[in-house]
Design a protein around this ligand. Structure first.
Ligand code: PRP
Ligand code: URA
Length: 209
């Protein structure tokens, strides 16, 4: 069973409140989503591998550690996942970025794929899939399946807000994928939107309706 990590650091909670507020405009919304992604990235990368090196400090030799160079793949689910890319890349600038384009059919709520471009060395990378919203879980589950079909062995899923339905779906479909969330919300409404949530993440990021 995959683990669910709820990252409720006070800074994340504060910024998430501003993100949820319907009076927060697109510019501020984008900045806040990027900031929360960076703060979450700190915890998501906690198990990144290190190796020992020897360096010279002004005081002499020291055996110390650096990141071992294991390759990371960052995969935003289009469109709204794009809002989290820059925050994560500030922490892991060497990551390669793949893109998976999915939209949720408004009638069936089923994900429809329209784009997929991944780094060529999929099997060698540790993947982090990012999307602000985990609602029914259909989009995240499909994105993870695409990555696995192309050979990915190590995948984490990171979102800002999750509904219980989405978490259960991912745990059932992909028990090997750990889930990182900033908040677990109450429920989905009849249109498949997270309540209280933040509304439509893509529209709020890009100013569309
Ligand atoms: C949103 C969101 C997720 C998906 C979550 O994308 O960014 O990808 O819905 O819903 P689910 O868990 O029920 O699949 P949307 O389909 O609105 O596309 P967009 O990002 O292009 O606006
Ligand atoms: N997609 C969103 O953007 N928001 C939700 O609440 C659910 C799906």
């Amino acid at each position: 069973m995959s683990k669910v990590h709820v990252m409720d650091h006070p800074l994340i909670q504060h910024k998430l409140t501003l993100i949820r507020d319907k009076n927060t405009g697109s510019k501020e919304f984008r900045e806040l989503v990027e900031e929360v992604a960076l703060l979450m990235g700190y915890e998501v990368t906690r198990d990144i591998q290190l190796k020992e090196v020897e360096i010279d400090t002004p005081m002499g030799k020291a055996k110390t550690k650096v990141i071992s160079g294991k390759k990371v793949g960052l995969v935003p689910i289009l469109r709204a996942g794009l809002g989290m890319v820059d925050g994560m890349l500030k922490l892991i600038p060497a990551a390669k970025v793949g893109h998976i384009g999915l939209y949720r059919d408004p009638e069936t709520l089923e994900p429809v794929e329209y784009y997929c471009k991944l780094p060529s060395d999929v099997e060698e990378r540790d993947f982090i899939i990012i999307d602000p919203m985990l609602a029914t879980g259909g989009s995240a589950s499909a994105a993870i399946t695409f990555l696995k079909q192309r050979g990915a062995k190590s995948i984490k899923f990171v979102c800002l807000i999750a509904a219980p339905e989405g978490v259960s779906r991912l745990q059932e479909d992909h028990p090997d994928v750990d889930i990182f969330v900033a908040a677990l919300d109450e429920k989905l409404n009849e249109d498949g939107y997270i309540v209280p949530g933040l509304g439509d993440a893509g529209d709020r990021l890009f100013g569309t309706k």
